[in-house]
Write a protein that binds this ligand. Structure first.
Ligand code: FAD
Length: 457
């Protein structure tokens, strides 16, 4: 058995793990990233390859380090294909967007964290968590290139992605850490990288299309004019879809994919839920997918992962300096920063997700086709939208037949706004946490009542 000692051990060399490690290393502390994949395969992750807002990414690995992986920076809108309504909606995507070569991006991230001083141990599968009698996490047990290896650390950062094994192995009952996590809060998704002969017409757009069920969608994202990331996903509280066959069927019906070649295939789960209420426990912090830091309506998780990594690392450093890594209140500010930056918004967006699970896909698509594009974009990315009187009249005329759904959507929006407001009052220390959760759960009860959806949490 080999034993290593670090100030911080990060499990997972994805976006969240690399940003956490780079931030810790830049501050002069010892940090290792343990990754189950080998050095070649690390960074190869199932993704739609759409990267939003990279110019604002944390300085520890700035945009300039990632830019070599940007293969298409001409995308400026979403193209929503609604076959049921024989409609195509062109919706602007606010802010900066790039479609990327995801594997290359993964390599750039790792190189950025290495430059900052982080060590990487590849081929290292974490199998267990070490916890003291009073519940403090003090390290992890792994198998490194076949050898049992222990990593002792002041702080363990769980950056191991969706449905992380570490959380199954850790006793978290006495901590604030969110354990209300179920499969039904995740999406199962699959994507192929496809090479076509002729440039696609929509090379400046992210193409979205509903699947036959309301809780899923297909996407076609152009990495280049001739290299397309095509994928689909469904919410895991639904009947499972045949992801590979369903994608194949859609590809066969599109003339632009005749004679196309599949270059790569990957699938994975991603959280489509609100962020964890708390992602800290004594000696332990979860970041990125491991803490539900994904926009639950778009499935975009890269930006949240980058920031969560930074915020967690900053708090870990503070706790190490104060000698308080075993005290979760010393790590609490991390939760506050996540909620303040994007967590509150994502929690409000999840309300629309809950809404869609309760309605028929045709009704929803009819409604979607009636909504004005820029307002949809606001709702999709901002968690809230306002509609002027003139637009309301226009929508009402176009959406005849969906008025019942519109009324329910209006009521749901009011509740989503109330929830956002509540998350904006996330407690500044663990003292107010239980009361905050109780009030939040009351708002959720109202949401389930209005939407008629099954309780998600
Ligand atoms: C099909 C699909 C499409 C997506 N499309 C987009 C998109 O277009 N845009 C976007 O922004 N987001 C997208 N997402 C979400 C995005 O990929 C994730 O939110 C993001 O990668 C999360 O980063 P992370 O660092 O938290 O986790 P990950 O990137 O999943 O990294 C986790 C790492 O931990 C390692 N690991 C796991 N378990 C262990 C263990 N026991 N021991 C050691 N190492 C371990 C894994 O090998 C992996 O390298 C998509 C997700 C999926 C599944």
């Amino acid at each position: 058995m080999t034993t290593h000692q670090y100030d911080v051990t990060v499990v997972g060399a994805g976006t969240s793990g690399c940003y956490a490690a780079a931030t810790v290393a830049e501050a002069g502390y010892d940090v290792v990233v343990v990754e189950r994949k080998d050095a070649e395969e690390a960074g190869h992750i199932a993704c739609g390859d759409a990267l939003k807002g990279a110019s604002d990414f944390p300085e520890a690995i700035p945009k300039s380090r990632l830019e070599p992986a940007f293969t298409n920076t001409d995308v400026d809108h979403g193209r929503f294909e609604i076959p049921q309504e024989d409609t195509v909606l062109e919706i602007p995507v606010p802010g900066e967007l790039a479609v990327i070569d995801r594997w290359e991006y993964g390599r750039c991230l790792i190189a950025g964290a290495k430059d900052a001083g982080a060590e990487f141990h590849y081929d290292t599968v974490v199998q267990d968590v070490i916890q003291s009698d009073d519940g403090e996490v003090t390290g992890v047990k792994a198998v490194r290139k076949g050898d049992p290896t222990t990593y002792e650390a002041d702080i363990v950062v769980d950056a191991a992605g969706a449905l992380s094994l570490l959380q199954d192995k850790t006793e978290l009952e006495d901590a604030t850490f969110d354990t209300n996590v179920r499969y039904s809060q995740f999406c199962s998704a699959y994507r192929e990288i496809i090479e076509v002969d002729e440039p696609v017409e929509w090379n400046d757009a992210l193409v979205f299309k509903p699947t036959d069920r309301s809780a899923g969608y297909l996407w076609y994202f152009p990495r280049t004019e001739t290299e397309i990331n095509a994928g689909l996903g469904f919410q895991m509280n639904e009947e499972p879809m045949e992801l590979v066959d369903d994608l194949k069927a859609d590809l066969q019906n599109r003339s632009e994919f005749q004679g196309a070649e599949v270059q790569d295939k990957l699938g994975a789960a991603l959280p489509t839920r609100r962020p964890y209420d708390s992602a800290v426990a004594p000696g332990f912090m979860a970041v990125g997918d491991a803490a539900g830091h994904v926009n639950p309506t778009t499935g975009g998780g890269i930006a949240g992962a980058a920031y969560a990594g930074k915020y967690a690392a900053e708090q870990a450093i503070g706790a190490i300096e104060d000698g308080r890594t075993g005290d979760e209140s010393a790590l609490w500010e991390y939760n506050v920063n996540v909620m303040d930056h994007f967590g509150a918004r994502y929690a409000a967006l999840d309300v629309y997700n809950i809404f869609t699970t309760a309605y028929d896909v045709d009704d929803l698509m009819g409604l979607l086709a009636a909504l004005p594009g820029e307002k949809l974009a606001e709702a999709l990315y901002g968690g809230s939208t306002s509609v002027s009187f003139g637009l309301k009249v226009k929508m009402a005329m176009k959406s005849f037949g969906h008025w019942g759904t519109i009324y329910d959507l209006y009521q749901t929006k009011t509740l989503a706004d109330r929830l956002l407001d509540h998350y904006e009052r996330y407690p500044s220390d663990p003292g107010g946490f239980a009361a905050w959760q109780r009030e939040r759960d009351d708002i959720m009860d109202d949401i389930y009542e209005v939407t008629g959806a099954e309780a998600k949490y």
